[in-house]
Design a protein around this ligand. Structure first.
Ligand code: ADP
Ligand code: 5GP
Length: 184
């Protein structure tokens, strides 16, 4: 069976990565999303095992020590990591696997899986990104400030990515990401 495809979707927090990924999963149930581990507290409406595996910092550090993550990073005061388990199995089954992760993790995955397609999602502007983070109404002002500071650094790295999609019109952005995923 042909090896599947690994797709890395990155870009600043609040740009719309999760919204785009959810739309693609609804439209293409054959796509597989890797569920990350995080030490962040769940936001209202987030579901254990669907949005993340929410774990303690102690457990996260133990998983690092046991080499259980494909990649991991500290982001805005919390840890996030992609569990290794399952990803190679899905790729061996010919599946398309999506990773929705931040910049440091995206760089690490490029080293491990050079064939991964890496997509950077850009906001139309920093002011629109701030409006989306505020409008999501889920994070404290301190968390939003950390995300915006980090966003400016992340956007400087956009040219490291072979694919860049500006999420201005959501439907257009979904179509562009879809075309990248399903192109050969
Ligand atoms: P991320 O996963 O990148 O942190 P989200 O998917 O949570 O971002 O989106 C952040 C907020 O922006 C959400 O409230 C979402 O509904 C909104 N959003 C996403 N895409 C667009 C868009 N193209 N135009 C306006 N708002 C958007
Ligand atoms: P949030 O707290 O907004 O859900 O996520 C913060 C950032 O962490 C986002 O940019 C998100 O894509 C990223 N992220 C989520 N899971 C992972 C992961 O497993 N690894 C890495 N490196 N980043 C992740």
């Amino acid at each position: 069976m042909a090896e599947g495809k690994l797709i890395v979707i990155t870009g600043p927090s609040g740009v719309g990565k999760g919204t785009i990924v959810r739309a693609l999963l609804a439209k293409h149930p054959e796509l597989c999303l890797s569920i990350s581990n995080t030490t962040r507290d769940p936001r209202s409406g987030e579901v254990e095992g669907i949005d993340y595996q929410f774990i303690s910092t102690e457990k996260f550090k133990a998983a690092i020590a046991k080499d259980e993550f494909l990649e991991w990073a500290e982001y805005a005061g919390n840890y996030y990591g992609t569990p290794k388990s399952g990803i190679q199995l899905l790729l061996n089954q010919g599946k398309i696997v999506l990773l929705e992760i931040e910049l440091i993790g995206a760089r690490a995955v490029a080293e491990i899986f050079p064939a991964a397609k890496r997509i950077f999602i850009l906001p139309p502007s920093i002011s629109e990104l701030a409006a989306r983070l505020n409008g999501r109404n889920q994070d404290s002002q301190a968390a939003i400030d950390k995300r915006l500071a980090r966003a400016k650094e992340e956007i400087l790295a956009k040219d490291e990515f072979e694919f860049q999609v500006t999420n201005q019109d959501l439907n257009q952005a979904i179509i562009e990401v879809e075309q990248i995923i399903f192109s050969v």
